[in-house]
Design a protein around this ligand. Structure first.
Ligand SMILES: Cc1cc2nc3c(=O)[nH]c(=O)nc-3n(C[C@H](O)[C@H](O)[C@H](O)COP(=O)(O)OP(=O)(O)OC[C@H]3O[C@@H](n4cnc5c(N)ncnc54)[C@H](O)[C@@H]3O)c2cc1C
Length: 423
């Protein structure tokens, strides 16, 4: 394969009658799109593949370690394994990743609570909290070092074309046309490609906004992920590694996700930092003492969305383009990374068996593997949201009883925690 990487990145337009030919085009260089591109290029079986990654932003993702990114994810062991296989994990850990050893979940309306401890499942940690921009920028660096990948920034898709049995192609806003045997849409929750190809979705508002920010607490976070379920929605404190961690003073920073009804979110967003810190401390029952500092806050509406199909001839949806889910169990990108692993395995298996990449069985197998699993997790999250959002006294009693039971039966607790860890 002949490479003209620099020439390609700088090229502004190509006649649409003369498409650039690739084996695979990935749209979206977020965490999921970058991961699938790297996962294919890094494997021996995929080393002949020519991959284009089309990204709307004007430059590859960057990371600023001087401040915390307000968007973080709780990565499962399965996600960590994937990032490790992409040679990205060591770079991430060297920069900033906070292992959490315990998880404490409790009901604001009663005495029910569950405590998960990594030692109970013979692990050194339950997972890691990592900033989104650190993951995306590390994968962007990997992509730039992988010969087979052309990362095309400032590139927006304007239309999708597929005539009969021909390979699909994309027309970019600047007029360039790219053609490939397979297109992977990883362009996030509001996927333009999903819309252009008329994928149907089932979606509804959760009736929640999520407020995210970074806070400094009076007491150390104990490398614990905390979640308090309130009738108005869950509040999570996710531990962050302090910049200059002092073993005597310990770590005091956490990323918070406060999901609540939009009216309450608007009210909380309108408060000044001091008043917000006071409300947050109260909502969190001062588990870590007073909230001493609050960074800039952001509020996102939460919407559940699930594509009815993940694949059509020549194209597959992955990550948030296929499914978006309530952040209460921190599973969004973890499901996206499971999509990556499943699609990677199908594509590489096809390469090994010399099956052409436009063979429809590849994508059908991917869909069969992932859709049922994602549906199950999404249904569970919806169930949790409803269970904790009810005013019904009987349900509240049963909920607290249930939490106490789960907490006291180790085998049951271990099954739940292993599932959540992606083990
Ligand atoms: C408050 C909150 C907390 C969360 N916490 C967790 C957690 O703890 N654990 C967890 O697993 N998940 C969590 N999630 C979910 C997680 O953040 C998402 O699942 C994840 O970011 C999705 O990654 P993605 O790569 O699929 O999409 P995105 O991150 O949205 O990336 C899409 C990429 O596509 C590009 N793009 C968009 N449109 C175009 C176009 N037309 N052409 C070219 N490029 C385009 C974008 O610029 C972007 O780079 C949380 C979400 C929220 C809102």
């Amino acid at each position: 394969m002949v490479k003209h990487k620099d020439a390609l990145m700088n090229k502004q337009s190509t006649s649409s009658s003369n498409p650039e030919i690739y084996d695979i085009i990935v749209v979206g260089a977020g965490m999921v799109g970058s991961a699938i591109a790297c996962a294919l290029a890094i494997d021996k079986r995929g080393e002949h593949l020519r991959i284009a990654v089309v990204e709307a932003s004007d430059k590859p993702a960057t990371y600023n370690s001087e401040a915390y990114d307000p968007r973080v994810v709780a990565l499962t062991q399965a996600s960590r394994k994937l990032l490790h296989s992409l040679h990205a994990w060591d770079t991430i850990v060297l920069q900033r990743a906070c292992p959490y050893t315990d998880m404490h979940v409790w009901d604001a309306e009663g005495t029910g609570s569950i405590h998960f401890d990594c030692l109970e499942v013979q692990q050194n940690q339950l997972g890691y909290i990592v900033e989104n921009s650190l993951i995306a920028s590390t994968l962007a660096q990997r992509m730039q070092n992988l010969q087979q990948i052309d990362l095309l920034c400032s590139a927006r898709v304007s239309s999708f074309r597929k005539d009969g049995d021909s390979n699909p192609s994309l027309i970019l806003e600047d007029g360039r046309e790219l053609q490939a045997s397979m297109i992977i849409a990883a362009d996030g929750a509001n996927s333009k490609l999903r819309e252009l190809v008329n994928f149907r979705t089932r979606e509804w508002d959760y009736g929640h906004n999520a407020i995210v920010t970074t806070v400094k607490t009076e007491q150390v976070h104990q490398h614990t992920a905390w979640q308090r379920f309130m009738e108005t929605g869950p509040l999570a404190f996710l531990p962050l590694e302090d910049e200059l961690m002092d073993y005597e003073t310990g770590c005091h920073h956490s990323s918070i996700v406060w999901s609540c009804k939009p009216e309450l979110a608007d009210e909380l967003m309108a408060l000044d930092d001091e008043a917000f810190a006071k409300r947050l401390g109260e909502a969190f029952e001062h588990k870590l003492g007073n909230i001493e500092e609050v960074a800039k806050r952001f509020s996102f509406p939460l919407r559940q969305r699930h594509a009815v199909d993940y694949v059509k001839p020549g194209i597959a949806l992955v990550g948030d383009a296929a499914h978006t889910i309530h952040p209460l169990a921190g599973q969004g990108v973890n499901l996206g990374f499971l999509d990556v692993t499943a699609l990677r395995d199908e594509i590489l298996r096809a390469c090994e068996r010399r099956i052409p990449l436009n063979d429809e069985s590849i994508l059908r197998r991917y869909q069969r593997n992932r859709k049922i699993n994602n549906l199950g997790v999404m249904a569970a999250m919806e169930g949790f949201k409803r269970l904790f959002g009810t005013r019904n006294i009987g349900v509240r009693w049963a909920r607290n009883e249930g939490m106490r039971k789960v907490d006291s039966v180790n085998t049951l607790k271990n099954i739940i925690v292993k599932q959540a860890m992606g083990l």
